[in-house]
Design a protein around this ligand. Structure first.
Ligand code: SF4
Length: 344
């Protein structure tokens, strides 16, 4: 990309994307609104989740928490429950805190300025730019992986997207093509990136900017974006004891730190005298973003009422059953274990 290129050289590209968006925008429920609360929730829900996988969750969440006040006043565990199935539960904890922040610091009115939106708990530059541009005519590009991919291919630009300066670099590149209507432009880039300029096998013949796309003309789309650094996932071993008696089992809530914040889990240790009640064990593998988990779960069938009662009293565990567990949020591997464990 030439350093002396100016916005006027490429602004027609942004306008072409807007034209394409007018006729091809995905028909999504949150596209019918400019309510910043709903746009914010949708941006958070769909950050790590595909649209078709997250749509029901989004609709259920909005039906239960239709506005900032309802969300701010809800119990955290209920918010977590409505987040069930979306994973990355820290996002749910953050949006709950951010809703309370809006009630306390902004009199319940969603802030309109990019810099103010950025102050909300869990809101990063991408989300602040998306909400401010879509709802308040803000002028910041909502740069994410879609922008990296489309722009690096369009300009055949080999700037490394794992570089810590990538966000700033691609934000500047985006301003070269950005038209006046930044809200629609940001949404057009989201749609082009996910529907046309896909990570693998982009549909270049259908792309509205293919005539000027350098990577396409050079037949090098697979070479962009350039990413050199891969974050190596760390191996982590966990142990759990599924302690149960007469269809009931023991759980407790995790703390607000490390992985699986505030989710429910099984006991992590048992006293030696309970080990004789272990009937089986199972190792489950599970991947988190930067962790490869190996989870060993011991099945502990507590036939001794005395030890069962002592263990609960000494450790303040909660007693639940399969039915009751539906009212709580568990990490996926434990959730699966519960569903399978008491079938027989
Ligand atoms: S022509 Fe192909 S590579 Fe270029 S922006 Fe369009 S879809 Fe992406």
């Amino acid at each position: 990309m030439e350093k002396n290129s100016t916005a006027s050289d490429f602004q027609h590209i942004g306008n072409r994307l807007l034209e394409w968006y007018k006729n091809n925008a995905r028909d999504l429920p949150f596209r019918q609104t400019k309510d910043p609360y709903k746009i914010w929730i949708c941006e958070i829900v769909f950050q790590q989740t595909r649209i078709n996988q997250g749509l029901n969750h989004y609709n259920n969440f909005i039906a239960r928490f239709p506005d900032v006040r309802t969300l701010a006043e809800a119990e955290e565990n209920e918010v977590l429950l409505y987040w069930k199935g979306l994973g990355y539960y820290s996002r749910a904890i953050n949006i709950h805190k951010a809703a309370q922040q809006i009630m306390n610091d902004y009199q319940g009115i969603f802030p309109a300025q990019y810099d103010e939106i950025l102050k909300l708990k869990g809101v990063g530059k991408y989300t602040a730019a998306a909400v401010s541009s879509i709802c308040f005519d803000g002028k910041m590009p909502a740069v994410d992986g879609n922008f990296y991919r489309v722009l690096s291919r369009f300009f055949a630009d080999d700037f490394d997207i794992s570089n810590s300066r990538a966000f700033t670099y691609f934000s500047e590149l985006a301003t070269l093509v950005m038209p006046e209507n930044v809200g629609d432009f940001n949404q057009a880039m989201m749609d082009i990136g996910s529907e046309i300029c896909k990570p693998k096998n982009p549909l270049c013949v259908e792309c509205p900017i293919n005539h000027e796309c350098l990577a396409f003309s050079l037949n090098k789309t697979s070479e962009f974006p350039v990413k050199t650094k891969k974050v190596k996932a760390e191996d982590l071993a966990l142990t759990y004891y599924f302690v149960h008696r007469n269809g009931q089992f023991l759980i407790r809530q995790r703390k607000d730190d490390f992985i699986w914040k505030k989710l429910f889990e099984f006991p992590e240790t048992i006293p030696v005298e309970m080990e004789k009640f272990i009937t089986s064990s199972k190792i489950v593998s599970h991947k988190l973003t930067h962790k490869n988990l190996s989870i060993e779960i011991f099945n502990v069938n507590m036939t001794s009422e005395q030890l069962w009662s002592n263990f609960i009293a000494e450790n303040e565990y909660l007693i639940t059953d399969v039915q009751g567990s539906h009212e709580k949020s568990f990490p996926k591997p434990l959730e699966n274990y519960i569903q399978n464990s008491l079938k027989d």
